[in-house]
Design a protein around this ligand. Structure first.
Ligand code: ADP
Ligand code: MG
Length: 413
């Protein structure tokens, strides 16, 4: 098998996961053996230039962290997928067309317990000639406090319909805060959503291909403390449920690196935010989950490259809706049936076999890498980028301690 090229399209983020992934590929070359031939994977940062729409590309797959926010890289990615058959993680087409709002609607249709959510019109008109006249043809005046009084109880959340990075998210406790938040929303279209408070557990599940890791999350903590270092924070049933939900969302929308935030309250696993084109993958915040992330990225990208997996440019929405619309099935039965569709999409069984047969070295290699000076340099880099100089020594020790804990937990025998 000829060598394959994996591109990384990186945005404004730290150098930890890209450097760690590059190092892991470098440290284990060839990464696998395919039909008796070594598979070499070259990892390279993608740079965007003027391009001919019919141009060739040397990339076989690209991990994209930029296309959701930046137009030029996004259009290069679309060309690479459509014209060159490059495998993309994530899918720029569905992320562009189906933002948080469509994700809510579609998963409501599948019967997931998404809290009650309304969309409200823009507060401020764009200043374009003719806009107001056109808007008057389809917008009616509406009574926002009246709507909220009728449909919701305080507190509630107001947040942008397309979401991302907690931008413009407000928790609203009364009518005065409601009007203040709506005034401040300006030209950003907003959702209103019932607040889930006094909950049992907040979980954030990171999905990379069919690999899902539910993590205990505490949004009230500062950024570097939000991922709580504990296991067994969910019952086995609820753990399986959030794994299924995340896998189904990702397969449904063709999102291959995505996270799902869900709140377990009153026995219901209620997803609140699950259209994240650039989910958090940083050592700074993920702490003890970071090695899992790097291993999962390597496993899924090398599987896609080794098997010449084709990116799916179409969707099978109606296969899911057919299950959703079957009134004979319970919520749990539907979830199991959706998961079967998701596993077919991800080729989960084939992937697991590949990982077991070809990547048997991966756990130990990660365990060793985490203990190298190269990894320590990555750790220091993230501390320097995130904390003021007088806190560096303290946080070097903090993250080294976390990684030492991970090394002890994952030691063989
Ligand atoms: N319905 C809700 N109930 C409780 N907390 C919520 C709700 N919606 C949002 N939040 C809180 O606000 C944060 C940001 O909202 P989220 O929908 O995740 O926006 P973003 O897409 O910007 O991450 C969440 O992580 C959570 O802490
Ligand atoms: Mg969120």
């Amino acid at each position: 098998m000829p060598s394959k090229k994996l591109g990384l399209l990186i945005g404004a983020e730290e150098e930890d996961w890209p450097s760690a992934l590059e190092a892991m590929y470098r440290r284990h070359d060839p990464v696998a053996t395919v039909n008796g031939e070594p598979l070499h994977v070259q990892v390279e940062r993608v740079r965007v230039h003027p391009f001919n729409l019919r141009a060739d590309t040397s990339y076989d797959a690209v991990v994209d962290r930029l296309g959701h926010w930046q137009l030029n890289p996004r259009e290069w990615l679309k060309k690479a997928a459509l014209y060159n058959g490059v495998y993309l993680l994530n899918n720029p087409f569905t992320f562009q067309s189906m933002e948080k709002h469509s994700a809510y609607v579609a998963m409501m249709r599948l019967g997931l317990h998404v809290p009650k959510t309304w969309l409200i019109p823009l507060k401020t008109y764009p200043e374009r000639p003719g806009y107001q006249e056109t808007a008057s043809r389809y917008y009616d005046w509406f009574d926002l406090p009246g709507l909220v009084g009728h449909e919701f109880a305080y507190p509630l959340y107001m947040k942008p319909f397309d979401g991302g990075g907690w931008r413009g998210v407000s928790r609203i406790d009364n009518e005065w805060e409601l009007m203040r938040a709506y005034d401040a929303s300006g030209q950003t279209m907003m959702h209103l959503q019932a607040a889930l408070e006094g909950f049992d557990v907040f979980v954030r599940a990171l999905g990379i291909g069919p690999q899902i890791r539910p993590m205990h999350y505490d949004p009230s903590q500062p950024l570097h403390m939000r991922y709580v270092i504990d296991q067994d924070f969910l019952s086995p049933e609820k753990q399986q449920e959030i794994i299924r939900i995340t896998k189904v969302i990702n397969a449904f929308f063709r999102w291959e690196i995505n996270s799902c935030e869900a709140i377990l309250k009153d026995g219901l696993m209620q997803p609140i935010d699950y259209a994240n084109a650039c989910p958090d993958m940083h050592l700074f915040s993920l702490n003890v989950n970071f090695p899992w992330t790097i291993k999962s990225l390597l496993a899924w990208t090398s599987f896609c490259l080794a098997t010449d997996r084709q990116m799916r440019l179409d969707m099978n929405t109606h296969d899911y809706f057919a299950i959703a619309d079957d009134t004979e099935r319970s919520y749990d039965e539907k979830l199991i049936a959706y998961e079967a569709l998701a596993d077919a999409y991800f080729e989960t069984a084939r992937f697991e076999e590949f990982r077991a047969q070809q990547l048997g070295w991966l756990d130990e290699a990660m365990w060793e890498f985490v203990q190298t000076p190269e990894f320590d340099a990555i750790l220091q880099g993230i501390v320097r980028a995130k904390f003021p100089p007088h806190e560096h020594e303290q946080f070097f020790a903090h993250y080294r301690g976390i990684m030492r804990y991970w090394v002890e937990q994952n030691a063989k025998g």
